[in-house]
Design a protein around this ligand. Structure first.
Ligand code: SF4
Length: 450
């Protein structure tokens, strides 16, 4: 492979061999003034990944430039290893993978196949596209959310999944990301730690600051501190301008809408996303919130959230068997503490025991739903849709990027708008389930995970 190509794919074995043959020793790289630029470019590479989620494309006019690019990559791996910050490593791995994906898109199919083979992903050419054994396919497409990635929607012949060149590039991108996450941090000796101590410290502080910035912020009357971990994470990502997977967008939009956020409030959330397009986003938000579709979707239940890998860091409340829906989590969290007034959203009577112990009273003690008279929340089993996330198989129609599957009801939907259920005796804070989102939901063009 040409040095120029190696610079574009610095994670290939051949690139490491090139550096070994043409480059300096590790000691020279760490200490020699001649390589101070390479060391600085390694730190800069990580910084770019952290700040922009991006690695600049290599500008190789000569073999020397290509070697400099490869040394920068090597130093980036060292500095990120010295920093040892897991969120920095993830961010860096993602940026390197996206960088590789962009380069791969420009390559002819034989080159893409050769790179796949070098990485240990045996793909073969077929009809202008490629095939990949389903075991590899399943492994590396698992995080890709769009309906078309589901194996059931693929053409499979003798265990080989057929792919376009672009799809194979996307699989390779995922492969590179996972491999980097698995490899880093490297076990680095003391002289490497010493050489990159300052740069690593600076990057670690920047990564920590970024994580603090990701803390979700308040939204009017909605009490963000009562959100379940999944929604906190999605909200924080949206507020920080992170790329939120389409299934996650659907979930957070439906969740916020159910709590009473307006379309404009929700729009503002996404306005800092890297791929924000106002018209498209407004269309998607207004579709999910029912402004244009006439159907208000409620967020997916926990099972669906888990299926789509959106169940981030479940806490002890999440682990309760009866906690089946993010809205349930919120409703429980916004209740006043026990013994404070007794007129909370549970209503004020009854003897039944909800999950909190002295719950809503009445008959429905099975799950301890926060219904008032012990009746099941009105959406139970038939309410507004939403136990689907973007692009679940049932969706059909014209679709939005956020997707929205057909609703089939959950036992926790219904609104409790504004998150301030008043708890009158006969009214469940779950509220009446919204208009059903049954039947064919808007078709999900669910997009894919970052
Ligand atoms: S268990 Fe449910 S509420 Fe908790 S984080 Fe997971 S999806 Fe969210």
């Amino acid at each position: 492979m040409e040095p120029r190509s190696l610079a574009a794919y610095p994670f290939l074995k051949e690139a490491a061999e090139f550096v070994r043959a043409q480059g300096p020793s590790l000691t020279e790289l760490l200490q020699d003034i001649a390589y101070s630029e390479a060391r600085a470019s390694g730190a800069e590479r990580v910084r770019s990944a952290l700040d922009k989620g991006n690695i600049p494309d290599p500008a190789c006019r000569s073999d020397r430039d290509c070697l400099a690019e490869l040394l920068g990559y090597l130093c980036a791996r060292l500095v990120v290893s010295v920093a040892g910050n897991s969120s920095l490593i993830k961010r860096y791995a993602l940026a390197e993978a996206k960088h590789a994906g962009r380069q791969l898109e420009t390559e002819p199919l034989p080159t893409v196949l050769a790179i796949a083979e070098e990485l240990g992903l045996p793909a073969a050419a077929k009809d202008g596209g490629a095939t990949l054994h389903f075991t590899h396919y399943m492994r590396y497409s698992a995080q890709l959310r769009a309906a078309e990635w589901k194996l059931i929607n693929r053409r499979v012949d003798s265990g080989q999944v057929e792919l376009t060149k672009g799809e194979l590039c996307r699989i390779l991108e995922e492969f590179v990301k996972r491999r980097m996450e698995a490899e880093l941090p490297l076990a680095v000796p003391d002289d490497v730690k010493e050489a990159f101590r300052d740069a690593a410290m600076e990057l670690r502080l920047a990564a920590d600051a970024r994580m603090r910035h990701l803390e979700p912020k308040e939204m009017g009357k909605i009490r963000v501190e009562c959100f379940p971990p999944c929604m906190k994470q999605l909200l924080a990502m949206a507020q920080a301008g992170e790329n939120v997977p389409h299934s996650g967008r659907f979930a957070i939009v439906a969740f916020l809408h159910t709590l009473g956020a307006t379309s404009d409030d929700i729009m503002k959330l996404f306005s800092t996303s890297p791929d924000f397009q106002e018209d498209k986003t407004r269309y998607q938000v207004e579709h999910i919130t029912g402004v244009t579709s006439g159907t208000e979707y409620t967020p997916p239940g926990c099972d669906t959230m888990k299926t789509y890998s959106l169940c981030f860091k479940p806490d002890s409340l999440c682990k309760q068997e009866w906690l089946t829906h993010p809205l349930k989590y919120y409703k429980i969290k916004i209740r006043p503490p026990k013994g404070k007034g007794g007129k909370g959203p549970e209503g004020n009577g009854g003897e039944g025991k909800g999950p909190e112990g002295n719950g809503p009273g009445g008959k429905d003690t099975e799950r301890g739903e926060p219904g008032s008279n012990g009746e099941r929340p009105s959406g139970d089993g038939q309410g507004a849709g939403g136990d689907q996330v973007a692009g679940d198989e049932k969706g059909a129609g014209n679709g939005t990027d956020m997707g929205a599957g057909e609703g089939k009801g959950t036992d926790a939907e219904g609104s409790g708008k504004n998150g301030t259920a008043t708890g009158t005796r006969n009214e469940s804070p779950d509220g009446p389930a919204k208009e059903k989102a049954s039947g064919a939901g808007p078709a999900p063009d669910a997009g894919e995970e970052e």
